[in-house]
Write a protein that binds this ligand. Structure first.
Ligand SMILES: Nc1ncnc2c1ncn2[C@@H]1O[C@H](COP(=O)(O)OP(=O)(O)OP(=O)(O)O)[C@@H](O)[C@H]1O
Ligand SMILES: [Mg+2]
Length: 318
């Protein structure tokens, strides 16, 4: 009998991953990653977030086989890490890509292509293509030590792309890039996904995640605090409406504050944050009765920044 079951297509599966470092003479324990689990499905653009020191790079290093986990498991393409076989299908951009300073971008990217098993002809052709794709072709023959930070980052990205990998693992691909450079990288990620590729990347730029990602995982102090589809995580239902009013006298402003609404002055105008429908009705009725006028009403839904600040920022007493 033939079963037509939908096999889970997780390209990366992380289960209860742990990493403990030992620091200094006293071998002080640093728990960098504490039981992290998530899965990246084929075709996802997956954002990996968290404040500085949350454990993103440590997790990525374990995935790519640079360091060994001290607990838990991780698989890439179904193979337990470290897996040189699986890594042949992965393009990796490390956090601070080291590029031999005396090579040119062409030489460096071609070297990466050759190490990935491309023939010398294919390596040459692909190198030109990807350097063009990341916008470094004009500087392709300058020594790397004469390139700017952003150009280095782009060269590292070209090296990750050169073997046309099925899965891209990028540790802060937008770091060091100007706004145009960031847009280029966003476009490149979208284009790679359109071509059927899967992209897993860490970043601090929440607006990029909001426009790009299908799924996110947020770490805090080595643990997952938020994980899921972005559209499900961000509450789409509008909870708050910002009402901008004119001609609000002190008595009316006081009435809003007394009713528990947050208010702020915007020049001559007053902004009242109304939570829920009943609050909007109350503010509007009171305003009209007191001779104030409504200038603008803006519904506010939760942003990724709201979610990040709520869940990922470590307060001193946390
Ligand atoms: N080799 C190491 N030895 C000891 N501690 C380490 C080592 N590498 C990382 N750590 C510690 O592990 C924790 C997680 O670091 P990691 O680099 O994974 O954070 P991150 O989320 O990538 O942060 P960032 O956003 O700043 O890149 C930090 O407390 C860091 O100091
Ligand atoms: Mg990092």
């Amino acid at each position: 009998m033939l079963f037509m079951s939908r096999v889970s297509e997780a390209l990366i599966r992380v289960e209860g991953l742990h990493k403990e470092f030992r620091l200094g003479l006293m071998r002080r324990r640093v728990l960098a990653v504490r039981g992290v689990s998530f899965a990246v499905e084929r075709g996802d653009i997956f954002g990996f977030l968290g404040p500085n020191g949350a454990g993103k790079t440590t997790t990525i290093k374990m995935l790519t086989g640079l360091i060994a986990p001290t607990g838990g498991t991780a698989t890439i393409f179904g193979a337990r890490v470290p897996s040189p076989e699986a890594m042949k299908r992965v393009g990796f951009l490390p956090e601070n890509p080291y590029i031999y300073p005396y090579l040119t971008p062409t030489e460096f990217v071609e070297l990466c292509a050759r190490l990935s098993g491309l023939s010398s002809r294919a390596a040459r052709d692909r190198t030109r293509t990807v350097l063009d794709q990341v916008g470094v072709l004009y500087a392709a023959d300058r020594p790397v030590r004469k390139l700017s930070k952003g150009m280095l980052q782009r060269t590292g990205l070209a090296a990750a792309l050169v073997a046309d990998p099925e899965l891209l693992i990028l540790d802060e691909p937008m770091s060091g890039l100007d706004p145009v450079g960031r847009k280029d990288v966003r476009d490149l990620i979208v284009e790679e996904r359109r071509r059927g590729r899967t992209i897993f990347f860490s970043t601090h730029i929440l607006s990029d995640v909001e426009t790009l990602c299908d799924r996110v995982t947020i770490l805090r102090r080595g643990q997952v605090v938020v994980s899921g589809r972005l559209e499900e995580l961000l509450k789409r239902d509008v909870r708050r409406t910002d009402l901008v009013l004119e001609h609000v006298d002190a008595a009316l402003e006081q009435a809003f504050v007394a009713a528990g609404h947050a208010v702020r002055r915007l020049g001559e105008r007053l902004v009242v944050e109304a939570e829920g429908e009943a609050a909007v009705k109350f503010v509007l009725e009171r305003s009209l009765a007191a001779g104030a006028a409504l200038v603008e009403a803006t519904p506010r839904s939760e942003t990724l920044e709201d979610l990040f600040v709520r869940e990922a920022i470590v307060t001193p007493d946390a």
